[in-house]
Design a protein around this ligand. Structure first.
Ligand code: NAP
Length: 337
């Protein structure tokens, strides 16, 4: 075991704006042995998530910041290569917090076993993993969409957004997606069955929302915040529900987050805006996974992954989330299955 080497990305600087390679140190250390109740996991895929940018900042959040000198935190999927706990055996596939590295040592009960015979492994980091659960609970639990209602989702061609729109269609809603560029917009309407798509990079979002949501917006699933949130708030219907999932347009701001100036639209429309963190739904994941897997099997829901090869690409690959270059759930393939 001691011959195994572990490549690791450690955070060494608090980034200002977009991350840079120099915010990290890429080092190699020998792999150590798992202690009692622990497993050693060989990492196969690492999930890249917009939230990782927030974890690099100092300050209060829903999890503590990654400490300087620590391995960068990330979700991932791997194979158990040594186990000191009866609940996991060598060869089992697991998901959990792996960090940006080749190997991780974790307490066995912090990892969730997944079955490679039921779905391709990367799907457990996408539609059947954290982003899938975010879409499922963030839409259904927070917004309770009803058949015939108009649902708008931003970041609509991304990991979470594409699933939100498809779940809303399954629930009988009229769905309008907001995404960047013609290819992503075509994907939404032609492949995923959205009723309309708005290209925020080339269209006037206010005007397009008026056109596509003539009776107002009943449900808004917000992945991006900023000006798009403001445009949607201006078109809310009575008793609308807004799910605050994320605000990617604001994560790299150097001068603080810009909130919507027109929040009194919530008052006028007796509407509700609510934030959520997917990890609060951990106990209900089996319900969400069962529903998502069922819809995929029935051909009602499509999952798309965007897989980049090589642990060493981490800083540049993460940036794809903020430039919109990713198309589907972004992850890094670290090693062959
Ligand atoms: P993703 O949508 O797959 O990737 C991010 C996308 O955001 C990019 O592809 C890009 O798409 C869009 N984007 C980037 N900068 C933008 C900007 N300035 N304005 C508008 N759009 C921009 O990522 P994801 O993993 O599904 O995450 C989506 C959101 O969900 C994020 O805000 C994330 O923080 C949040 N989230 C929250 C929870 C929770 O528990 N609350 C859990 C998971 C994720 P375009 O090409 O369309 O611009």
């Amino acid at each position: 075991m001691s011959a195994l080497q572990n490549r690791q990305f450690k955070l060494i600087k608090r980034p200002s704006g977009l991350v840079k390679r120099s915010d990290f140190e890429f080092t190699t250390a020998p792999v150590s042995q798992p202690g009692p109740g622990e497993v050693l996991v060989k990492v196969l895929y690492i999930s890249l998530d917009p939230a990782m940018r927030g974890w690099m900042n100092e300050g209060r959040s829903y999890v503590p910041p990654v400490g300087l000198g620590e391995v960068m935190r990330a979700g991932g999927l791997g194979r158990v290569v040594a186990s000191n706990d009866p609940s996991l055996a060598v060869g089992d596939h697991v998901v959990g917090i792996t960090g940006i590295q080749d190997y991780t040592i974790a307490t066995a009960n912090a990892m969730r076993r997944v079955d490679p015979r039921l779905a391709p492994l990367p799907r457990y980091l996408g539609a059947l993993g954290m982003p899938g659960m975010t879409a499922y609970f963030g839409l259904l639990d927070i917004c309770d969409p009803k058949p015939g209602e108009t649902v708008v989702v931003s970041g609509a061609a991304g990991a979470v957004g594409a699933l939100v729109g498809q779940i809303a269609k399954i629930k009988g809603c009229r769905v309008v997606g907001i995404a960047g560029g013609p290819a992503k917009c075509r994907y939404l309407t032609e492949e995923l069955g959205f009723d309309a798509a708005i290209d925020y990079k080339s269209e006037d979002v206010n005007k397009a929302l008026k056109q596509h949501c003539p009776n107002g917006i009943n449900v808004y699933f917000d992945n991006v915040g900023g000006e798009i949130l403001e445009a949607v708030l201006a078109q809310l219907a009575l008793k609308a529900r807004v799910s605050i999932c994320g605000a990617i347009s604001q994560y790299n701001n150097i001068e603080g987050i810009q909130g919507p100036r027109n929040y009194l639209s919530l008052l006028i429309n007796r509407a509700r805006m609510e934030g959520f963190i997917v990890f609060d739904y951990l106990a209900r994941y089996p319900e969400g996974v069962k529903a998502m897997a069922g819809w995929i099997a029935e051909g009602k829901l499509k999952a798309r992954e965007d897989i980049v090869d090589g642990l060493e690409t981490f800083p540049e690959t993460l940036l794809k989330l903020f430039s919109g270059e990713n198309f589907g759930k972004l992850m890094i393939k670290v090693a062959d299955e």
